[in-house]
Design a protein around this ligand. Structure first.
Ligand code: FMN
Length: 378
């Protein structure tokens, strides 16, 4: 019988699928519903200490593409398929003392499911580093099984917060170290994809003592401009700011970042996020080396916490392991990372043999051919 359970950063999971830090995990009732639906874990919506006021109007919308013309738009229309989510939502607008009793109650109701508290503070001075420790201590004392440090929120104007930490290897290291000094539970860091070389920031987090890297948060992006109104499809008073893209559109980009990090640190723990709605996508993350997988956009579109998504993920995992029973695979560890080494330098990819290879140029036909022949004979 295949075994769905796994141990990741020392934490036991009934199954390796988590709801990521986002609207599906913004409240006690959502998290309880998520556990009833079968999710192995949740990462809470990010908890901070500074006041949070979101923009007027919609904080997140979905983009769809139509099969006939590949038009990507937030406008709902028949036959269009999901392309991505777009959001400019800040972290939780609920205070730490709102969260603490709720974390405690959730863990009492579901002691065997995993609750990771996502936290965020600044990094500009010692007081901000102490704020990280205050958040960490409060959440772990309430029963959180682990901490996820948000180094990746793309909407922060402050230079010392969110993805601005994730773009600075020094800050990644210093903040991780500060939290590790106070933490009694495993510490994961969630990195931004908006950086030149994510392997550099991952290394810095590991230097600071991180137990796992989580990737990806959303990618910097804008909604499109409506060709009729000439306004951004989501705006306030005609204005927009760079927001975050999630969902199917980011799957290949997130896989690429994950492949690079898993190769650079084959012995370390990684949690994959980005464009997962079914087992096929989760499998890519496992095969690259991830030990758990997280989901946001697909769950938001499925009764807010993804009861059908988790059903599909679990059924897919069971079927996959049944199919490979003859290979002796009985748990995720048996196939985790078996495609880690398949991404190589372009020059290491086989070329057509001998004369067939034209150095990247096609054989020129037509009027140019004689010149080519003359040059070759000269
Ligand atoms: C509306 C919205 C709010 C989000 N809020 C947070 C947050 O508070 N903290 C965080 O770490 N990530 C946040 N995320 C990012 C998601 O957790 C996830 O990393 C991202 O959406 C990619 O996963 P997906 O392709 O499954 O959507 C948010 C995403 C969305 C769409």
């Amino acid at each position: 019988m295949a075994n769905r359970s796994t141990t990741f950063t020392g934490i036991h999971f009934e199954n390796p699928f988590l709801l990521s830090s986002a609207p599906p995990t913004e409240s006690e009732s959502n998290i309880l519903r998520a556990f009833e639906a079968g999710w192995g874990g949740v990462v809470t919506k990010t908890i901070g200490l500074h006041p949070v006021v979101n923009v007027v109007g919609a904080k997140a919308k979905f983009m769809r593409t139509s099969p006939d013309d590949a038009y990507v738009s937030m406008k709902k229309r028949p036959g269009a398929a999901l392309h991505s989510s777009w959001n400019w939502e800040l972290i939780s607008d609920k205070a730490l003392d709102w969260w603490v009793p709720r974390i405690r109650r959730i863990k009492e109701a579901f002691p065997n499911r995993v609750l990771i508290a996502s936290i965020m503070a600044g990094s500009g001075n010692d007081k901000e580093l102490r704020n990280w420790q205050t958040l960490a201590e409060a959440c772990q004392d309430a029963g959180a099984d682990g901490l996820e440090l948000n180094f990746s929120c793309p909407h922060m104007d402050r230079k010392d917060m969110g993805s601005n930490i994730g773009k600075d290897e020094g800050l990644c290291s210093v903040v991780t170290e500060a939290v590790k000094a106070a933490a009694k539970v495993p510490v994961w860091t969630k990195l931004t994809p908006a950086t030149h070389d994510i392997v550099v920031e991952a290394a810095a987090c590991f230097r600071g003592g991180a137990d796992a890297i989580v990737s990806s948060n959303t990618f910097p992006s804008l909604p499109i401009i409506d060709p009729e109104t000439l306004e951004f499809e989501i705006n306030v008073d005609g204005l927009v700011s760079s927001g975050g893209l999630g969902g199917p559109a980011i799957l290949p980009m997130s896989l690429c970042n994950m492949a690079r990090m898993c190769q650079a640190f084959p012995g370390k723990a990684f949690s994959g996020i980005g464009g997962v709605s079914d087992f096929a996508q989760a499998l890519s993350y496992f095969l690259l080396g991830c030990g758990t997988v997280q989901v946001c956009t697909a769950a938001m579109l499925d009764q807010a916490v993804g009861p059908n998504v988790i059903k599909r993920l679990l059924a897919g995992l069971d079927q996959f392991m049944d199919k490979h029973a003859a290979d002796g695979w009985t748990s995720i560890e048996d196939f985790r990372g078996i495609r880690r080494d398949r991404m190589v330098a372009q020059s290491a990819i086989r070329r057509p043999a001998g004369d067939e290879y034209q150095g990247g140029y096609d054989i020129v036909e037509g009027y140019a051919a004689p010149d080519r022949a003359a040059a070759a004979n000269a």
